[in-house]
Design a protein around this ligand. Structure first.
Ligand code: ATP
Length: 211
C-alpha cells in the first residue's frame, strides 16, 4: 500500500483534499479524529487521564472536558508531557491499526491526514508527503469569514504552527489552494492519475515479485 502523509496549515483546505482522495478510492486515516477517539468513554487513556489529572478535567456528564484539560496543561511543560505520554502511544497504536486494516483489505493507497506532520517531524513515515499550500492571508480570511473564527484566534493558531516555508521544505508534492475549490480538486485528480496510481501499482508489482 502506498502511504501518503497529507498536511497543510490550519485553514489550508486539507478537508477538500482528503475528501477527494477518499472518493477516488484511498482510505483516509484522520489524525484529529483518532486523537478524539482515544479519550472516548471506556478507553484506557481516559482512565489514565483521570488518575493523573483528577475529576477537575471531567464534565458533569463524565466525559473529558477538553477546555479544562487544555487550561491545566497550558504553559506547564511537565503536565503537557504527562498528558502526551498517555495519549500519544494510544494514538500511534490506533493509527498503525487503521493502516494495517486498510492494507489487509487490499487498499492501494492509504492517506494520513495529519495537521502536525511537519511539527512532529514525521515525513520519513510515508512514501510521499502532500502539502496543501495556501497563503497565510488567504487562510486567515477563510478561517474568519467561512469558519467564523475570531481574527485574533486565527492569527495565534497560525503562529503556533510550522511556517509555510517549513512545510514546503518537507513536501514531495505541493497542492496550491489559493484559487477555487474546483482548481484544488483538479490538481488532486491529476496527481491521482499521473503519480499516485502508477506509484501504488509499482509497489504492488514489487511485492508480487518478492513473493
Ligand atoms: P484544519 O487545519 O482546521 O483542519 P483544513 O486544512 O481542513 O483546516 P478546511 O476546513 O478544509 O481547512 O478549509 C478552511 C475553510 O476554507 C473551510 O471553510 C473551507 O470550506 C474553505 N475553503 C477551502 N478551500 C477553499 C477555496 N479554494 N476557496 C474558498 N474556500 C475554501
Amino acid at each position: 500500500m502506498l502511504r501518503i502523509g497529507l498536511t497543510g496549515g490550519i485553514g489550508s483546505g486539507k478537508s477538500t483534499v482528503s475528501a477527494r482522495l477518499a472518493e477516488l478510492g484511498a482510505v483516509v486515516v484522520d489524525a484529529d479524529k483518532i486523537a478524539r477517539e482515544v479519550v472516548e468513554p471506556g478507553e484506557p487513556a481516559l482512565e489514565q487521564i483521570r488518575e493523573r489529572f483528577g475529576e477537575r478535567v471531567f464534565g458533569p456528564d463524565g466525559a473529558l472536558d477538553r477546555p479544562a484539560l487544555g487550561r491545566v496543561v497550558f504553559g506547564d511543560p511537565a503536565s503537557l508531557a504527562a498528558l502526551e505520554g498517555i495519549t500519544h502511544p494510544a494514538i500511534w497504536r490506533r493509527t498503525a491499526k487503521y493502516f494495517a486494516q486498510a492494507e489487509e483489505a487490499g487498499t492501494p493507497i492509504g492517506v494520513h491526514d495529519m495537521p502536525l506532520l511537519v511539527e512532529k517531524a514525521m515525513a520519513g513515515e510515508y512514501h510521499l508527503v502532500l502539502v496543501v499550500d495556501t497563503d497565510e492571508e488567504v487562510r486567515l480570511q477563510r478561517l474568519v469569514e467561512l469558519r467564523g473564527m475570531p481574527p485574533e484566534e486565527a492569527r495565534s493558531r497560525i503562529a503556533a504552527q510550522a511556517t509555510d516555508e517549513q512545510r514546503r521544505a518537507a513536501a514531495d508534492v505541493l497542492l496550491d489552494n489559493n484559487g477555487t475549490p474546483e482548481e484544488l480538486v483538479a490538481q488532486v485528480d491529476r496527481l491521482w492519475q499521473e503519480r499516485l496510481t502508477p506509484f501504488a501499482d509499482n509497489l504492488a508489482a514489487g511485492r508480487r515479485r518478492e513473493r
